[in-house]
Design a binder for this molecule. Structure first.
Ligand code: HEM
Length: 135
């Protein structure tokens, strides 16, 4: 399985697998929980799940719309007070969640592609940090 084929598997998973991601990230990095006080984590998980499709689309196709989306998303994170040093913790917990979900299908190539895709996404989000976007 490659990264493109893995997206429908993530999208169609019955329990939202990304809800498990936040539990894992907060267990590993309790200091990040403060960003999410009074947030509905089920909604948050579904937004992140959909965003992962854009992360893959930008990695695989470099669509301009996905680049713009990631920059605007980065800008929103800047306004949420998310610091650049928070991203590696987030990325590691997300890769571990995907590894658990895919089990035997989590082969080195798939792991490498998701690692690279998240690195590219975060780099693009950070490029949007200090831009001014009007809604
Ligand atoms: C690959 C990296 C990341 C992706 C793809 C991502 C994705 C998203 C998405 C899609 C949203 C919803 C945006 C919206 O309201 O329209 C969001 C919101 C948010 N993210 Fe991230 N995120 C990433 C990294 C992080 C990190 C490292 C943190 C900090 C711990 C973080 C904290 C937040 C917070 C606080 C919100 C707002 C929650 C809310 O309004 O309910 N994110 N993120």
């Amino acid at each position: 399985m490659d990264i493109s084929a893995s997206v429908p598997a993530i999208m169609s998973s019955k329990g939202c697998i990304i809800e498990r991601f936040y539990d894992r990230m907060f267990a590993e990095h309790p200091e990040l929980r403060r960003h999410f006080t009074n947030r509905d984590m089920r909604i948050q998980a579904s937004m992140l799940t959909v965003a992962l499709a854009s992360v893959e689309a930008y990695y695989s196709h470099h669509f301009p719309a996905t680049e713009h989306y990631l920059k605007v998303l980065g800008n929103r994170h800047f306004h949420e007070g998310v610091r650049p040093e928070d991203y590696p913790k987030f990325q590691t917990a997300l890769l571990e969640t995907l590894e658990d979900f895919f089990g035997d299908q989590w082969q080195p190539d798939l792991a490498r592609q998701w690692k690279e895709a998240l690195e590219l996404a975060v780099q693009t989000m950070l490029e949007g940090y200090h831009k001014v976007y009007t809604m």
